[in-house]
Ligand binder design. Sequence first.
Ligand code: IPE
Ligand code: IPE
Ligand code: MG
Length: 246
Amino acid sequence: MTNDLLQQLRVHGAVPAHVAIIMDGNGRWAKGRALPRPLGHHAGMKSVREVVEGCLEAGVGVLTLFAFSQDNWKRPAGEIEALMKLLEEYIAKEANELRAQGVAVRILGHLDPLGPGARNAVDRIVAETAGGQSLALNLCISYSARAEIARAARLLAESAAAGRLDPRDIDEDAVGRMLYTAEWPDPDLLIRTSGEMRISNFLLWQLAYAELYVTPVLWPDFTRRHLFEAIVEFQRRDRRFGRVSV
Ligand code: IPE
Ligand code: IPE
Ligand code: MG
């Protein structure tokens, strides 16, 4: 069913090297079915599997998923608890398969507030999938882009104060090296589900020239076909990076 789109995007060439996704709309998906919000989050797990496999099929090298923001700690305790349990469940269920597929998982965010169960689970999946060569899968958990940039500034200031860094050497590359995403190219394509036209404190530095793609599809309904549609649309865009098109 998706082969037509896969063919199409292969013919067009230029698949994005790095795709970032704001996985939004789980609560509305549940509400639409008169279900509690956590069941919407649970249903969203299937979509994570879909996009991971879609990226493997399409040849995307890096997939960065916004799973839980630092501001999401302000949600009701019951919902936070359900999300943390879900993270553990996802890892317990998927770790072996991800390793077998050559997916290397990394966690981006401020992990201090995580409870021991969630913390052990994320440490485990990072260790067990290390070295995977097919796809880098970054899960942003307890993540805030502003906090990430402030942290980078602090790390640079500490290096300068210790005499290891000349402040005149602080340029864009130096900042980029202090971000959680230092190893990867910036996202080429940002997808947000559920129709919201905002960035919500996600990868503010790294999205400077990303192509934006917002779909009304709610995250639990998002499949690899939707991912391929986004990539086909991406391939139609004219990325100018401030220059004049040739
Ligand atoms: C995204 O779905 C998941 C997280 C933010 C953890 P939401 O929970 O934000 O769903 P809506 O936006 O309320 O529908
Ligand atoms: C952004 O979604 C965070 C995640 C998808 C994890 P939110 O639902 O928290 O963002 P807002 O509140 O709509 O801006
Ligand atoms: Mg939301």
